[in-house]
Design a protein around this ligand. Structure first.
Ligand SMILES: Nc1ncnc2c1ncn2[C@@H]1O[C@H](COP(=O)(O)OP(=O)(O)OP(=O)(O)O)[C@@H](O)[C@H]1O
Ligand SMILES: [Mg+2]
Length: 372
């Protein structure tokens, strides 16, 4: 390719003595030194023939260290992830061949000290006495990048905050629904039974006054039965709200209580360790709901519970070998778990098991552990 004006050839020719080798004429030189953007010129071979003060400063070179070196090998040889940048793919050098201007919004240059600087640039063809070269105008875009990154971080943070807010609302609604359920259970159950007890005791008193001891005995025996049933019902209700075994003896014992009632074999590995009450309660309800789902939906022959600490988090896993197809959106149970777990800053995943079935996985950050 020769250096003469090409057909579409707009690039203005520099005076023959300007490049290569000789100093640019005084005016041109002064101008290039004064512009705020960094400028360098490569010749047809891709060798740097000129670099202004801004370019040298940004790249950390003295003039005699950069001028005369192949530009790609000097400042553009590596990508930011450390992989080599092949010269054949270099957009900076392309205008020498195509005659077209290249504009790049973001790329990276390597400084003399090996550090990398994000840059935006244009590279335009320029005719020189011994062939077409390119003039590259570039600027450091670190600030813009930092601002963009901050904006992306803020957007993620906003989305997280919004999701947290939604999950808070769901938790409050779930708590209200739970209170209504407990109120109903108490009203229809224990309250009704105690009213029966009062009635039977009143009848017994009347029977005693009427000197009908057999009738009084019968009423009192009925009252006793009713009291026993009430007690059992209250115990069950209390266990559903918060099992006392969890508070008294911890997660391992509470999980034992759950698996004992399962209609299928469950292999549980739970360390005999105490964690903060909120962590233990959330882990317990994850396991309880997941086991309830296994019983209701999975058609499984086996379930597995795994609890362990790793990297400052409590990992809770419940797997089964059933038909799979668990769906967070389909009921209240799994969504409630997701909310509970999110409220503690943790995460819940519901996935198909490697060998079929379903795996419910919660990761709960343990307080005091450094995150990240
Ligand atoms: N282990 C599982 N195996 C197969 N399907 C499951 C399993 N767990 C959940 N599912 C499916 O995902 C759906 C959602 O479960 P989720 O626990 O949220 O609701 P639910 O159990 O139907 O009702 P709720 O928990 O509110 O009483 C279930 O209806 C069921 O179809
Ligand atoms: Mg459920």
């Amino acid at each position: 390719m020769d250096g003469g004006p090409d057909p579409g050839g707009e690039p203005p020719a520099l005076p023959p003595d300007a490049l290569p080798g000789s100093d640019p004429p005084a005016v041109l030189g002064a101008l290039l030194e004064s512009v705020a953007d960094a400028v360098y010129v490569v010749d047809h071979a891709g060798t740097v023939r000129f670099a202004n003060a801004a370019a040298l400063e940004l790249l950390g070179y003295r003039e005699d260290e950069l001028v005369g070196r192949p530009s790609h090998a000097a400042i553009h040889h590596t990508r930011p992830d450390g992989r080599p940048f092949p010269e054949s793919e270099c957009p900076l050098l392309r205008p020498r061949i195509t005659g077209e201007v290249v504009r790049i919004w973001e790329d990276w240059f390597v400084r003399r000290d090996g550090t990398m600087v994000p840059v935006a640039y244009s590279s335009a063809p320029i005719a020189t006495a011994d062939g077409r070269g390119a003039v590259v105008v570039f600027r450091d875009v670190s600030d813009r990048r930092a601002a963009e990154q901050a904006e992306r971080g803020a957007a993620v943070e906003r989305a997280r905050a919004e999701e947290l807010e939604r999950s808070r609302i769901r938790i409050v609604e779930a708590a209200d629904a739970e209170r209504r359920r407990i109120g109903r259970d108490l009203h229809d159950g224990a309250q009704q039974r105690l009213m029966n007890v009062a009635l039977q005791v009143r009848q017994a008193l009347a029977a005693i006054d009427g000197e009908r001891p057999e009738a009084a005995r019968e009423d009192l025996a009925g009252a006793l039965d009713e009291l026993r049933a009430t007690l059992a019902e209250l115990r069950e209700l209390a266990a559903g709200i918060h099992p006392s075994i969890l508070t008294n003896r911890g997660l391992a014992a509470a999980v034992d209580g759950l698996t004992g009632r399962m209609p299928l074999p469950v292999r549980a590995t739970v360390p005999e360790v105490r964690w903060p009450p909120a962590i233990e309660a959330t882990a317990y309800f994850v396991i309880a709901e997941a086991l309830a789902n296994v019983t209701k939906h999975a058609g499984a022959s086996l379930a597995r519970i795994d609890v362990r600490e790793r990297d400052g988090r409590l990992l809770v896993e419940v797997g089964d070998d059933g038909r799979g197809g668990a769906d967070l959106g389909a009921g209240r149970g799994l969504q409630g778990l997701a909310d509970r777990v999110a409220a503690l800053g943790g995460s819940l995943a519901i996935e198909p098991g490697e060998a079929g079935g379903t795996v419910v996985r919660a990761a709960l950050p343990l307080p005091g552990a450094m995150s990240g």
